[in-house]
Ligand binder design. Structure first.
Ligand SMILES: Nc1ncnc2c1ncn2[C@@H]1O[C@H](COP(=O)(O)OP(=O)(O)OP(=O)(O)O)[C@@H](O)[C@H]1O
Ligand SMILES: [Mg+2]
Length: 293
């Protein structure tokens, strides 16, 4: 690694000098389970700066998706504050684009119609929505597929369309919850590179939830490691690796050092797993495959 080319302190000082775009102040989310109330996110304090790439990581059930849904404005929160550019979040907005694993495209619309949807909803004319959609479809490299329907696309293509559909609205924040979770490793790597290229060329802040520690280290400026029961920030790690990053970086001692730290933060929590995973029922035998006992 060449420390002359990359000075981590200068890099992070520049980030912290930028305006805060998202601020959580004692953000708390509780859900009622019968008569008891469970706190899922407990008094989260976090400041994310303009154009940062933040990855959120933590064990299953620690509240990553709960956090994404609140930032998206899909769910209200119990207490605390959550501000975008100093304004409280009140419901979904095109200024916060979403790409979620289960957040599918409209199956009855073509690629182009899916991407046109946001601008049309904002009152753009058909011609202007179509021209913005075409521009984004070119950027994601799917011009040949613009008249195809989602079921005619691969998983990676669908997620590219979902990214274009969010970015066409020129959001301030792009929220991604395990967006590449269902993709094979090769497609996933390509999507990571594509997302990096997009992020480096447009004025956007990305909040990216992932289970994949290598993915988090390759992508993030900072990694927010959450702990479970209740979800709290365990540590925020500055990823002090030069950019652009490519998978070969994973072989370096610097990468391995970060990987060990993240691994420790996520896996030193086995005793804090989602209770639903702890009490899985015994599965009754339902089939008789052969005479084997
Ligand atoms: N609407 C809801 N009502 C009640 N409980 C909820 C609700 N949404 C989430 N929870 C609970 O909050 C906890 C955190 O869920 P969440 O989906 O945020 O976890 P996660 O960190 O995204 O997990 P995973 O890594 O498995 O996706 C879980 O125990 C879940 O049961
Ligand atoms: Mg989740």
């Amino acid at each position: 690694m060449n420390s002359i080319e990359f000075n981590a302190k200068t890099y992070f000082d520049a980030i912290y000098a930028r305006p805060v775009i998202l601020e959580a102040k004692k953000l708390t989310q509780s859900f009622k389970h019968g008569k008891t109330e469970r706190t899922i996110l407990n008094q989260l304090d976090l400041k994310i700066h303009k154009r940062e790439f933040i990855c959120v990581i933590g064990p299953s059930g620690c509240g990553k998706s709960t956090f994404s849904r609140i930032v998206a404005g899909l769910d209200p929160y119990s207490s605390g504050e959550l501000l975008v550019d100093g304004q409280a979040i009140e419901g979904p907005s095109p200024e916060r684009g979403m790409v979620f694993q289960g957040y599918t495209l409209f199956p009855w619309k073509t690629v182009k119609e899916n991407v046109m949807f946001g601008p049309l909803m904002k009152g753009a004319s058909n011609a202007s929505a179509e021209s913005s959609a075409r521009e984004w479809i070119d950027i994601i490299g799917l011009e040949k597929y613009q008249d195809q329907y989602p079921h005619q696309l691969s998983g990676g293509m669908k997620q590219r369309v979902a990214i274009a559909r969010a970015l066409v609205n020129e959001p301030k924040i792009l929220l991604m919850d395990e967006p590449f979770g269902a993709l094979d490793p090769h497609t996933r790597q390509k999507m990571q590179k594509h997302l990096m290229d997009l992020w480096q060329n447009i004025d956007i802040t990305i909040i990216f939830v992932t289970h994949d520690m290598d993915e988090a280290i390759l992508l993030a400026d900072r990694i927010v490691a959450l702990k479970a029961n209740p979800g709290e920030i365990k540590e925020i790690i500055e990823v002090d690796l030069p950019r652009p990053r490519n998978p070969e970086l994973m072989l370096t001692p610097e990468f391995k050092r970060l990987r060990e730290r993240v691994d420790f933060l996520v896996h030193a929590q086995e005793d804090e797993l989602d209770p639903a995973l702890e009490n899985l029922p015994k599965i009754p035998r339902m089939t008789q495959v052969s005479t084997h006992k």
